[in-house]
Design a protein around this ligand. Structure first.
Ligand SMILES: NC(=O)c1ccc[n+]([C@@H]2O[C@H](COP(=O)([O-])OP(=O)(O)OC[C@H]3O[C@@H](n4cnc5c(N)ncnc54)[C@H](OP(=O)(O)O)[C@@H]3O)[C@@H](O)[C@H]2O)c1
Length: 338
């Protein structure tokens, strides 16, 4: 029997998670939730998802918009084995009380604090920590990107310390209220940014300091990493390890992939749902080892890289699969991830 999964918050991440869960053979979507009767609510119903409303007083607005609802978010929670909470950051604490009251497990997103669940998740770095637990938090898109490429480096050579400069997109493509920004914005204008401590919640013990900037683009984030290794590595061996690692892609500027715009065009050629790029692309030419220090540049499709991680987090919490690599392979196969 398939596990019953609810998606609380059908926005950028929630709608992608709903489709990703629907592609699996061991779980199914029993409902998704919205507060507003907008086009996303209409599309959810059009796709066949039962739609629940987070604010019961707004039922009339959904009626007037001709959108059929199946009940309130509370009804949806009651029917589920697990809720994937994809509401905006900081809505989570209030929802946690509801999940607890219903004895329902939940996964959260990176907009919530680690303390909310006391447990954070990345499929490659620490799948086993969440097996059989009640609540976990899939770390942010940026942290997921770093955890993907750094975990195999840590396992193979050991990491003394990481320094990373993160060039972040100003907003998601639809967020007209966030752009265009005319300038380069240190964000935050202090060191370190929160990304380093966030990585430590999944890649325990790693010594990392991060600096972050916002720039006028909506397409992807871009990371520049400097990694002091415990044991000297050869460039070809590092490349070999990443080539064997799924969810990380080595792509070449030489092939015309000279920018994040190129990566997004490449994603379109892959012909995936919403042109998403679930993998973390690393520029092959950027990989270098100088005096025991590894350097590389990578990018993150902020709207989609955390989506397969959410599927794996569901499997871990519900113990549908206790072996992380088996879950990763299963999710990858269902979603066509390289
Ligand atoms: N977008 C990214 O790049 C990205 C990447 C990784 C992680 N995340 C994290 O993922 C989470 C969701 O972000 P998002 O970008 O998907 O946000 P989003 O696009 O704004 O979607 C949020 C969804 O939650 C719904 N919602 C709002 N208040 C709610 C409530 N009280 N109860 C139930 N649903 C509610 C909204 O519905 P209405 O529209 O109907 O109000 C909307 O469908 C955040 O923690 C964020 O930090 C985002």
């Amino acid at each position: 029997m398939k596990a019953s999964i609810a998606v609380n918050g059908y926005g950028t991440i929630g709608k992608r998670v709903a489709d990703a869960v629907s592609a699996q053979d061991d779980m199914k979507i029993i409902g998704v939730s919205k507060t507003k009767p907008d086009y996303e609510a209409k599309m959810a119903v059009h796709k066949g998802y039962d739609l629940y409303i987070a604010i019961p007083e707004r039922e009339k607005l959904f009626d007037e918009a001709g959108i059929e609802i199946a009940g309130t978010t509370d009804d949806m929670i009651e029917k589920s084995d697990l809720v994937v909470d994809c509401t905006p950051g900081n809505v989570g604490p209030e929802n946690l009380e509801k999940y607890k009251a219903n004895g329902v497990k939940a996964t959260y997103q990176g907009g919530e604090k680690h303390d909310l669940t006391g447990l954070s998740f990345n499929s490659i770095a620490n799948y086993s920590d969440s097996v059989g637990m009640e609540y976990t938090r899939v770390v942010s898109c940026n942290t997921t990107g770093m955890a993907r490429s750094l975990t195999p480096i840590s396992k193979n050579w050991g990491i003394k310390k990481v320094r990373a400069v993160m060039v972040r997109r100003g907003g998601d493509p639809y967020q007209v209220n966030k752009g265009p920004i005319n300038g380069i914005v240190p964000n935050p204008p202090k060191v370190p940014s929160h990304h380093g401590p966030d990585l430590e919640t999944v890649l325990r013990g790693v010594d990392i300091t991060t600096l972050a900037l916002l720039v006028p683009t909506t397409l992807m984030h871009q990371h520049n990493l400097m990694v002091e290794l415990e044991n000297d590595a050869k460039i070809d061996d590092v490349i070999d390890v990443w080539e064997k690692r799924s969810r990380v892609l080595l792509l070449k500027a030489e092939d015309g992939l000279t920018s994040t715009a190129g990566f997004m065009e490449y994603a379109k050629e892959l012909g995936r749902n919403r042109n998403d790029l679930y993998e973390i692309p690393i520029w092959r030419e950027s990989v270098n080892v100088v005096d025991g220090e590894l350097f590389y540049m990578q990018a993150v499709h902020q709207e989609s890289d955390v989506v397969p991680e959410n599927v794996d987090a569901i499997r871990a919490l519900l113990e549908l699969e206790t072996d992380g690599e088996k879950s990763i392979a299963k999710t990858n196969k269902a979603m066509g991830i390289l």
